[in-house]
Design a protein around this ligand. Structure first.
Ligand SMILES: NC(=O)c1ccc[n+]([C@@H]2O[C@H](COP(=O)([O-])OP(=O)(O)OC[C@H]3O[C@@H](n4cnc5c(N)ncnc54)[C@H](O)[C@@H]3O)[C@@H](O)[C@H]2O)c1
Ligand SMILES: [Zn+2]
Length: 362
């Protein structure tokens, strides 16, 4: 078991990572909240069925009164109507300002339940219990909560840091191989932006990981995110490095109406493109670029890219990150170091995205 502290104001919090820590979630929560009694666990049916009993038993043993609130599965339900529905159910069950919301699921649950906690009675305490690899290494740490609008993803939200994160790597045993790989790309991202050691662990193992290796990768990824979040809680500057692979990744998701790729898969393509851009703009040597791209492809098969470079450029130009008129990229200068670039020529962007279709057909 490992504990990582996220140093944010006004209250730092711990991420407890390990195989089986779900069984101690009640005691861990009790240590943070000696007085509280009521806990509302927001989850989806599948996660409740697979792991709900373990969480419930641990919370009840620590003398919490537990209510489960199920929401429907899927990104389509990460919306304000769901938050309202959950809030109504909480109030009917008598939730008050001392109630604790537990987000028990993947990033969709984490973001939705996080926003619920931020809004219910102007804010109640939040515990994150992430159950996908993506949520464990990314969504559960950093305090971003939010939902989608018809007009775009994550357009409504607030920062609401959890008081505790319980990250049980055992729950990943029931995750599909594809969802696991999608999370692994985000971990690899953490390696490229800040840790050669993490990069090399994923590079050598790919997606075939023992429980111990998985725990090591999750811990290092969380450590990296915690460090960056603590230095830049509200994403004013440094935190932008976490967007490595996301500039083109987001555009690929939009272009395919969020159907073709899981988020992590789109980011994987985005990282390949950014790595190529870093090389052709003389920021990164070709050997390191090869290593990054091979490590990505070694994790597993990616859905092919069908989009044209010109289409992607058009989407980038319309993207919110380009409001100051420039398209921002996070580009590696070596493995473990990145810089922000806003001077990448548009013709290069088009050419590199067009190249992705070739890579896809190898
Ligand atoms: N807040 C942040 O900082 C942040 C960061 C990254 C992503 N996100 C958000 O996270 C969301 C994506 O999260 P996700 O990839 O976890 O998707 P998800 O929450 O939709 O989960 C994917 C699927 O896995 C299932 N599942 C969850 N845990 C399982 C388990 N242990 N065993 C078997 N199945 C399980 C879910 O039921 C779901 O069907 C997006 O909405 C994205 O915007 C937020
Ligand atoms: Zn991401």
């Amino acid at each position: 078991m490992r504990k990582i502290t996220v140093h944010v104001a006004p209250q730092a919090y711990q991420v407890t990572i390990g195989a089986g820590v779900l069984n101690q979630s009640g005691d861990s929560l009790r240590a943070v909240f000696p007085e509280q009694t009521r806990v509302f666990v927001v989850t989806v049916p599948k996660v409740r069925r697979l792991w709900g009993n373990k969480l419930q038993a641990s919370l009840v043993a620590a003398r919490f009164k537990v209510d489960f609130l199920e929401m429907p599965d899927g990104e389509a339900h990460k919306k304000l109507a769901t938050v309202e529905n959950l809030a109504v159910r909480m109030s009917r069950l008598g939730a008050d300002r001392k109630s604790v919301v537990v987000a028990f699921g993947g990033g969709v649950v984490g973001d939705t339940a996080g926003l619920l906690a931020a809004l219910y009675m102007r804010g109640v305490d939040l515990l994150q219990v992430p159950t996908t690899l993506l949520a464990q290494v990314d969504a559960s740490v950093g305090g971003k909560t939010g939902v989608d609008l018809k007009t775009g993803k994550n357009l409504v939200g607030v920062f609401h840091q959890p008081r505790l994160v319980i990250t049980d790597t055992n729950v990943l045993s029931t995750l599909s191989a594809r969802e696991l790989r999608a999370g692994l790309y985000e971990s690899l991202k953490c390696g490229v932006i800040g840790s050669m050691k993490l990069f090399e662990e994923i590079e050598s193992k790919g997606a075939v990981l023992s429980p111990r290796e998985l725990e090591s990768i999750v811990s290092q990824s969380v450590q990296m995110k915690a460090k960056i979040v603590a230095a830049d809680e509200r994403e004013n500057g440094l935190r932008r490095v976490l967007n490595f692979g996301h500039t083109i990744g987001h555009a690929l998701e939009t272009e395919s109406n969020y159907r073709r790729f899981l988020h992590g898969e789109a980011v994987a393509w985005g990282m390949i493109a950014a790595t190529r851009l870093a090389t052709v703009t003389n920021r990164l040597d070709t050997f390191s670029a090869r290593r990054i791209i091979n490590a990505i492809l070694h994790i597993g098969t990616l859905p092919k890219v069908a989009a044209r470079g010109k289409t992607i450029l058009g989407l980038l130009q319309a993207d919110k990150k380009t409001r100051d008129g420039k398209i921002h990229f996070v580009l590696p200068t070596k493995i473990g170091k990145v810089e922000i670039a806003n001077d990448v020529p548009e013709t290069l962007i088009v050419a590199i995205v067009d190249e992705l279709r070739e890579i896809a057909s190898v």
